[in-house]
Design a protein around this ligand. Structure first.
Ligand code: NDP
Length: 499
């Protein structure tokens, strides 16, 4: 790893955060708190309030009141769009501040954090359009005596649970869609990465969002998150995180049969055919597993490669892995930053060991990088993996690629689908027929041809199988946060039923 001096300096003391309810900051007071230590530097960077269930109840009451009196849902689409556009401008104004704290809390590279903040602003801009275009349907074919209308109404109070890997970007893939639909929100970021959600709350208030429409309660998953999932006065939960926790959320949601949207884990295949542009494919595969240090739900962590080119392709991947710039997350040249926590670091290294024990060969990487501070893992290629090994089946969530050869298109599809997850898939080939055959058969919510992990807010995201339920982003993402109502309107005099 390069020992590079960061161009940004570390904070002298942790930044203190209260939490945000009803359009204002609430001070920590006597509540407990936790200090978040920067994964790349091992110094405390933020101090976060550990809210209680009572705090959550208060926030839900505030959000309910804001929903009931229609201070937000009663506005026109134009009125909502105006706030979303101002929020986008507010994000751009504070982009550097958001990227800085995001980098310190997550350990991701600052260049990536900056891109994510910019991308987030553009999602709010996109949603301003959807706030204006959201509409229902009419049925003029019910006979002369009836007109049917189908309206979309905001679903109500949404509980939003967000993970630590893309705290600000995932928030942007959810909040403006909920707001475009007219919902009110209580958000709970991961206790590891709360800063950017709290900053966003302030930006939304300044943008003119009525008080109480967006609230942030910080704290732990088992305490605040679980209570949110079980809450009797929350109408929907949007959860992003692990499949294990997603299952808990689903079970807890049965308390009041709230709607649940789940975006969960993945073990996404990168399917590389011999006729692909191998250099470009290798670049894409390396990016796909190193992006966010592999801590990404759509990480392309399973390489399915045509046997005739497997050796050559693996060599290319190894060469490119060696060129990835790993380093201080605050250095703008860094591409691959730190692992989010010591526990997660151990989990990744444990998987690499398990892969070896199961018979895989470490073609490169395979260990932690010795540094004075922080935890970094070399991009790792596990060769000779079979699809039954744990490293092929389970989400490692680190820069670890498991390579599995295949002999035919049919076998590639079978291997791709032989997994509990179905979040994403990429195919690399110069034959469009082959690409489309694979894409049609692969069980995944987000797919790419000759590229990976890219797109825009116009396109929906979400998973097949145990990767989740529901869809986020695009018009589909706004519609998720609506209830549908059918309205039957009688025309003319009623035919009497009695006498
Ligand atoms: P979790 O699924 O535990 O955390 C995601 C969010 O859920 C966080 O806000 C967390 O809060 C919250 N949470 C935790 N427990 C509960 C609960 N019982 N009820 C409601 N909410 C809860 O992920 P981890 O952070 O523990 O990561 C574990 C693994 O999950 C990773 O190794 C990775 O495989 C996967 N993961 C997948 C993600 C994805 O985008 N698909 C994102 C993150 C993780 P808090 O952090 O405060 O405890």
């Amino acid at each position: 790893m390069d020992t590079i001096s960061p161009s940004l300096s570390l904070p002298d003391s942790p930044r203190e955060f209260g939490f945000y309810v009803g359009g204002r900051w609430i001070e920590r007071g006597l509540r407990k708190h936790m200090e978040r230590v920067s994964p790349g530097h091992d110094i405390p960077v933020t101090r976060i309030t550990l809210c209680t269930k009572d705090d959550l109840d208060d926030a839900v009451r505030v959000a309910r009141r804001a929903f009931k009196d229609r201070r937000w849902s009663g506005l026109s689409g134009t009125g909502r769009a105006d706030v979303l556009l101002k929020a986008a401008a507010g994000i751009r104004e504070r982009a550097e501040e958001i990227a800085y704290w995001e980098t310190l809390e997550t350990g991701k590279a600052i260049s990536q954090a900056r891109n994510e903040v910019d991308g987030a602003a553009s999602i709010y801009e996109y949603c301003a359009g959807t706030a204006r275009s959201l509409h229902g349907d009419t049925f003029n074919n019910l006979g002369d005596k009836m007109l049917g209308l189908v309206t979309r109404e905001p679903i109500g109070v949404v509980g939003l649970i967000i993970p630590w890997n893309f705290p600000f970007f995932i928030l942007a893939e959810r909040i403006p869609f909920m707001l475009a639909a007219g919902c009110t929100i209580v958000a709970k970021p991961s206790e590891l990465t709360s800063a950017s959600a709290l900053i966003m709350a302030e930006i939304l208030t300044k943008a003119g969002l009525p008080d109480g429409v967006f609230n942030v309660v910080t704290g732990t998953g088992p305490e605040v998150g679980q209570a949110m999932a079980a809450h009797m006065d929350i109408d929907m939960i949007s959860f992003t995180g692990s499949t294990v926790t997603g299952r808990n959320v689903l079970l807890a949601s049965s308390s009041n049969f709230k709607k649940v949207g789940l975006e969960l884990g993945g073990k996404s295949p990168q399917i590389v055919f011999a006729d692909a542009n191998l250099d470009e494919a290798a670049d894409g595969v390396v990016f796909g597993v190193c992006f966010n240090a592999g801590q990404c739900c759509v990480s392309g962590s399973r390489l399915l490669v045509e046997r005739s080119i497997a050796e050559k392709f693996e060599r290319l991947v190894v060469e490119k892995f060696a060129k990835v710039r790993i380093g201080d997350p605050l250095d703008p040249r860094t591409q691959l930053g730190a692992i989010v926590s010591p526990a997660h670091n151990e989990k990744i290294l444990g998987y690499i060991k398990k892969g070896e024990e199961e018979g895989a060969r470490i073609a490169c990487g395979g260990k932690a990088i010795g540094t004075k501070a922080g935890r970094f893992i070399h991009p790792t290629l596990l060769s000779g993996v079979s699809n039954t090994m744990a490293v092929a089946r389970e989400e490692i969530f680190g820069p670890v690629l498991s390579s599995i050869p295949f002999d035919s298109l049919e076998e590639a599809v079978e291997l791709a689908n032989d997994n509990d997850y179905g979040l994403a898939a990429s195919v690399w080939t110069s034959n469009i027929d082959k690409a489309l055959q694979v894409i049609r058969s692969v069980q995944a919510g987000r797919t790419w041809v000759n590229t990976t992990i890219t797109g825009g807010p116009e396109m929906p995201i979400g998973g097949f199988k145990q990767s989740g339920t529901g869809r986020e982003t695009g018009v589909y993402g706004v519609e998720e946060y609506t209830e549908i109502k059918s309205i039957h309107i009688a025309i003319g005099r009623r035919e009497p039923w009695v006498g």
